[in-house]
Design a protein around this ligand. Structure first.
Ligand code: 5AD
Ligand code: SF4
Length: 432
């Protein structure tokens, strides 16, 4: 989401005459787009801000590097952040990016500046993002902003404001212009894409499955992905649309957070384990080859050993292809911080998290072993991160396939047969 937001910021500042530079050395401003979801995300930002102090110190007077903090951490801490980190010149929240040219002008006049107003309507729908650090093949498209699910542990509703959807025509136009520029994969982004909804008096309501179909119809060779789905809103209509479109990826990110009904209730997730498993069954019924990935939190308030075991059991039942696994991190201002005790000792959170990580590692490896001998159509992305003599791409399930360097061009579809694997990667050979 921040990646997509930075591309909106790049566009707004580009129109105001600013240019993105490759190296910090030539820069007048350094803008850090931030996440506030867990304390360690914020600590990493603070560390970065401290490191930049050295760069600022090396610059002569009048040639200063000004630092701005954007995004959720700016929204959460507001001008307090500039008091705590005195080398930061401005803060700008996620709904205020249109004001950045004025903020930068103010900073150039030697003032500090803060803009953290949230909006109920801002979607940056009319802004064509500039693609930053792009491979020219995959791009993110933000289709909605904000969240009002108020999961009790989560700071996002406070830092990103009310949920609002973007005009579907602007989404389709953005995807089409990416396709025409050679891109072959778009990922539609929202905190809870399944509650995407757009209605005007003139036209019927467009919901997420409708939008997905509209984007997929641009061209059969445009791969369409999306994230994130809240289990409470995952509809059969969505699964039907996915199953009917070859170019919509066979992968669903379905954060579970916990495998215990008691925890899910305390987390205000609004579904039960039985509901979640029914949705998993529905996915597999419609698309037996669909990969499912998740997010999980270890050591939330009051989590017992039994609750933790229930999470491990759920992991064994669903057999996720990938999971993002976290220790609970208390966030100021959330319902949990105000009303519940963060009572699981850190060492215990770590132990539980490590158990989940170890189990998921085994499951991912077992899942991948079942792929041996299968052939997949792969969108080639480029050189493997590990070795210059190999290329990589991803299949419809979003799994990475690595194969020997050959004439396969980035941005083309090729067929790869899986010959070996690790827990994270399938290794294969081109067979077309
Ligand atoms: N502590 C730990 N993990 C969290 N997440 C959200 N808030 C917290 C928190 N306070 C996780 C959830 C969510 C993912 C994006 O981050 O698993 O799905
Ligand atoms: Fe946070 Fe819950 Fe919204 Fe996800 S759905 S952003 S976890 S409040």
């Amino acid at each position: 989401m921040n990646f997509a937001d930075s591309e909106v910021v790049g566009s707004i500042l580009g129109k105001a005459g600013y240019e993105v530079v490759e190296a910090l050395d030539g820069a007048d401003f350094c803008l850090i787009n931030t996440c506030a979801i867990r304390d360690n995300a914020e600590q990493r930002v603070r560390h970065r801000v401290h490191e930049l102090r050295a760069v600022q110190g090396r610059r002569g007077p009048g040639a200063g590097l000004r630092i701005g903090v954007l995004g959720c951490m700016a929204e959460r801490l507001q001008s307090r952040l500039m008091e705590e980190e005195d080398n930061v010149s401005f803060v700008c929240g996620p709904d205020a990016y249109r004001r950045l040219p004025e903020l930068l002008a103010q900073v150039r006049r030697g003032q500090k500046a803060a803009e953290v107003e949230l909006s109920t309507t801002e979607t940056y729908a009319d802004i064509e993002p500039v693609r930053l650090a792009s491979n020219g093949i995959s791009a993110y498209i933000s289709i909605m902003r904000g969240c009002q699910n108020y999961c009790s542990y989560c700071v996002v509703p406070y830092t990103r404001g009310r949920e609002r959807s973007r005009d579907p025509q602007t989404v389709v136009a953005e995807a089409r212009s990416l396709f025409e520029a050679g891109y072959r994969e778009v990922t539609l982004l929202g905190q809870n894409v399944n509650s995407y909804r757009w209605s005007t008096d003139a036209a019927a309501t467009v919901d997420f499955p409708d939008l997905l179909r509209m984007v997929a119809e641009i061209d059969p060779s445009l791969k369409v992905r999306f994230a994130t789905s809240h289990p409470k809103d995952l509809s059969d209509k969505l699964l039907e649309v996915m199953a009917a479109s070859h170019n919509i990826c066979r992968c669903i990110h379905l954060p579970v957070q916990s495998g215990s009904d008691r925890m899910l209730k305390l987390m205000n997730r609004k579904y039960t384990v039985a509901w979640y498993l029914d949705r998993v069954d529905a996915i597999r019924r419609h698309m037996p080859d669909c990969s499912i990935t998740t997010d999980v939190i270890a050591g939330f308030c009051g989590e017992t050993e039994d609750d933790h075991r229930a999470t491990l059991d759920l992991f064994r039942r669903v057999r996720y292809d990938y999971a993002y696994m976290f220790k609970y991190s208390q966030r100021e201002g959330t319902y949990a911080a105000r009303h519940m005790a963060d009572d699981i000792p850190d060492a215990e959170k770590t132990r539980r998290l490590n158990e989940i990580i170890a189990l998921q590692g085994e499951i991912a490896l077992e899942n991948n072993r079942r792929e041996l001998g299968r052939e997949y159509e792969v969108l080639v992305e480029g050189e493997s991160h590990r070795s210059k003599s190999q290329l990589f791409g991803r299949n419809s399930q979003n799994k990475v396939l690595v194969f020997d360097r050959c004439d396969a061009l980035p941005g083309t579809y090729r067929t790869v047969r899986v010959e070996s694997c690790t827990a994270a990667t399938l290794i294969g050979r081109l067979v077309d």
